[in-house]
Design a protein around this ligand. Structure first.
Ligand code: ARG
Length: 465
């Protein structure tokens, strides 16, 4: 039997392989709520424009509501022979309300339908991700408030560089998440236009009201060009790009947690809630959640890559290739959303080993720059020379097996006679972080002010929602 939704000119059924490669219901069934909402908006508009009768529109809306509750309750049988969500819904509608169901597809096509459904879906994803990132930021800010003056080693090249505060380190991720949220917000603005009514590609001869359907679905306006409306997938690409960058941020943080929790480093501990054991090595506490966040980034970047490749050779307008836009994107969004929640959980869970952090912050001559800066300030030495003098002092400390702050004044003066005991005081890690008061610097008072201002922003935002 040929397909009852489009099989008018077909005498034979499709080959089983044709059906298998063509079917998309396993993926696009996740668009059921959006598909039904868009159909309701379309039917109401058709009636308002006198294209179908009010009574048909009423029956269509009622039938669609029934289908929505059937799907929600798990009482709906999705049929692969009906290819996709659009035809599954329409076919069930015909069972429920009879021939009036056939009027729903007036002045639209599955091409504008799927573009509309997926825009609505991606818009929901953006809102969910934004809420997740806000919770992540809040968790970071709360921990930063507690640890505004907890000193830790700051690294470049993963070599001990200068002491920083743990709160400052956490706030760096708050800034990244803020940029991520900005990217999602920007993408949302651009995606919030309605393709519905573009029909197959050329528009329609029926007197439809695209502004009305756009409004009913919460879109800002109808898309201006019908060819663009059915063939654009920028909205998925943009949100996947934002997702890929956000996932990379989470992955970098996850990597830090893996490093920090290694017994070799031991700066941070995760509780039993966010670690797992080994089946053979009883002592192990593995940071699996962090490792999986790091790994899930691959899925997100992969989905972006895959869709860019799907789109790159496509002429206008709709091509069936575009059906491949959904699975990877949906999996990527789910992965990102889970990764955000996992990182938020770990931020709340982790406990810094403050003593170890403080000790490590002073290792590796981390306050050498402070000594060089002191030579510049107190002795008016050019920085290059101060750098050189400090280098000789570090070499001496290393030869004597001492940390910088453990050196005696005569030992320092053997290298530079004008050094006074005031220099010794800048060599502690606390004085080092306290001195970094430049805007955006790691001084505890800066960190406290930043954390407080972030908390205020997040509170304000939450109150506005
Ligand atoms: N399942 C299709 C998709 O996801 C829906 C649109 C199909 N349009 C068509 N002309 N076959 O893209």
């Amino acid at each position: 039997m040929s397909n009852k939704m489009w099989g008018g000119r077909f005498a034979e059924s499709p080959d089983a392989i044709m059906e298998e490669i063509n079917v998309s219901i396993d993926v696009d069934r996740h668009l059921y709520a959006q598909d039904i909402a868009a159909s309701k908006a379309h039917a109401a508009m058709l009636a308002a424009q006198g294209i179908i009768t009010a009574s048909d529109a009423k029956n269509i809306a009622k039938g669609l509501d029934t289908i929505l509750s059937e799907i929600r309750k798990g009482d709906f049988t999705f049929k692969r022979a009906l290819e996709d969500i659009h035809m599954n819904v329409e076919s069930r509608l015909a069972e429920l309300i009879g021939p009036a169901a056939g009027r729903l597809h007036t002045a639209r096509s599955r091409n504008d339908q799927v573009a509309t459904d997926f825009r609505l879906y991606v818009r929901d994803v953006v809102d969910e991700v934004d809420a997740g990132l806000a919770a992540f930021q809040r968790a970071l800010v709360e921990r930063a408030l507690d640890h505004a003056d907890t000193v830790m080693p700051g690294f470049t090249h993963l070599q001990t560089a200068q002491p920083v505060t743990f709160g400052h380190h956490l706030l760096a991720y708050v800034e990244m998440a803020a940029r991520d949220r900005g990217r999602f917000r920007d993408a949302r603005k651009r995606l919030n236009e309605s393709p519905l009514g573009a029909a197959a590609l050329a528009g329609t001869s029926f007197p439809i009201d695209r502004v009305a359907t756009a409004k009913a679905l919460g879109f800002e306006r109808p898309m201006a060009n019908s060819l663009d409306a059915v063939s654009d997938r920028d909205f998925v690409l943009e949100v996947l790009s934002a997702a890929a960058i956000a996932a990379v941020h989470l992955s970098r943080f996850a990597e830090e947690i893996v490093i920090w929790t290694s017994p070799l480093v031991g700066l941070v501990r995760l509780s039993d809630k966010f670690t797992t054991g080994s089946s053979i090595m009883p002592q192990k506490r593995n940071p699996d959640a962090a490792e999986l966040v790091r790994a899930k980034t691959g899925r997100v970047i992969g989905a972006l890559n895959a869709l860019l490749i799907v789109m790159k050779g496509l002429p206008l307008a709709y091509q069936k290739d575009m059906q491949e836009d959904k699975q990877g994107a949906m999996e990527a969004f789910a992965a990102l959303s889970l990764a955000i929640r996992a990182m938020t959980g770990m931020v709340r869970d982790l406990v810094p080993d403050e003593a170890r952090m403080r000790a490590a912050a002073g290792e590796g001559y981390a306050t050498a720059t402070d000594l060089a800066d002191w030579l510049v300030r107190a002795l008016k030495m050019p920085f290059r020379e101060a750098h050189h003098v400090t280098g000789r002092i570090v070499a001496k400390a290393a030869a004597d097996g001492l940390a910088l702050h453990e050196m005696t004044l005569p030992a320092l003066q053997a290298v530079e006679p004008r050094i006074t005991d005031e220099a010794l005081r800048v060599l502690t890690v606390d004085s080092s972080v306290r001195s970094r008061t430049s805007f955006g610097g790691t001084a505890p008072k800066n960190v406290l002010a930043q954390a407080k201002s972030w908390l205020k922003r997040l509170d304000k935002e939450a109150a506005e929602d």
